[in-house]
Design a protein around this ligand. Structure first.
Ligand code: MG
Ligand code: MG
Length: 261
């Protein structure tokens, strides 16, 4: 799963600099598709029934599952891009959030950048928890604790969660982004999960749009989505969708990832 993880990371690396005013969301999709094809991989999003694109692009009040199209990105937009690749029968899945600069609205940009920073931080807190967890529910508890410690009254989506990943992009078990009463499955070598907090500045109540996919906040508040695929192996954990295995993101938590094999 290392190679599909790295291909997924490369697809998002190609998309990131294009998240500027004037780019269409379909252009982001094309950039990711080109990278995945050039590496001899397939888009696993296109293997999801009824979905025809390579990435999801979710803008402002959209949190996840936005469909690429002719929407033009504008200054101040907060943009989450979710991508995945299948390579030789194994899968990667990862998401980033970027805020488009807007010199005319520094406060809006700062608020949205803070939402993205805290959401990404909660992802790394969840991954760090996985490194020492005995049971999977410790991940969601760590994500929620990080959000609460930020001092913001952010909402955590409950209708959508992370998942196991491997031969298929979406496998059991569910990976919650919040505290749950059940301790969940035991964490042991061989477990691979996609951890993906979806955080909003207001209420976590969402609805699905007329397109049947796009998940937006009902109160119009902004959303952020960060995701990594992570493997638990005999010697520790490795973040498959980060080229450094998660070293930089985990450093603040005192965790060092261990390469596989
Ligand atoms: Mg994803
Ligand atoms: Mg996922």
């Amino acid at each position: 799963m290392v190679e599909p993880g790295l291909i997924t990371a490369a697809a998002l690396d190609a998309v990131r600099p294009l998240i500027v005013a004037g780019t269409t969301t379909l252009q982001l999709d094309a950039a990711a598709a080109a990278v995945i094809a050039s590496r001899g991989a397939q888009s696993n999003f296109q293997m999801v029934r009824g979905y025809r694109h390579t990435v999801c692009v979710s803008v402002n009040d959209e949190v996840v599952h936005g469909i690429p199209g002719d929407r033009v990105l504008e200054p101040g937009d907060i943009v989450s891009v979710d991508a995945g690749a299948e390579y030789r029968g194994w899968n990667g899945d990862s998401a980033i959030t970027v805020v488009v600069p807007d010199p005319a609205r520094p406060e809006l940009v700062a608020d949205r950048a803070e939402l993205s920073r805290v959401t990404e931080g909660s992802l790394w807190a969840g991954i760090a928890a996985l490194a020492t967890a005995s049971h999977l529910a410790e991940v969601g508890a760590a994500v929620q604790a990080f959000i609460e410690a930020s001092g913001h009254d952010y909402g955590i989506l409950r209708d959508y969660v992370g998942h196991g990943i491997g031969r298929k992009m979406h496998e059991s078990p569910a990976v919650f982004n919040y505290r749950v009463p059940d301790s969940g499955p035991e964490v042991r070598p061989g477990l691979a999960v996609a951890i993906e907090p979806m955080i909003v500045t207001g209420s976590a109540v969402t609805s699905v749009g007329d397109d049947g996919w796009t998940v937006s906040t009902v109160d119009g508040s902004a959303g952020s989505h960060w995701e990594h695929s992570v493997a638990v192996h005999d010697d520790g954990i490795w973040v498959l969708t980060a080229p450094d295995g998660g070293a930089a993101g985990l450093a603040p938590f005192g965790i060092e990832p261990t390469p596989i094999g």
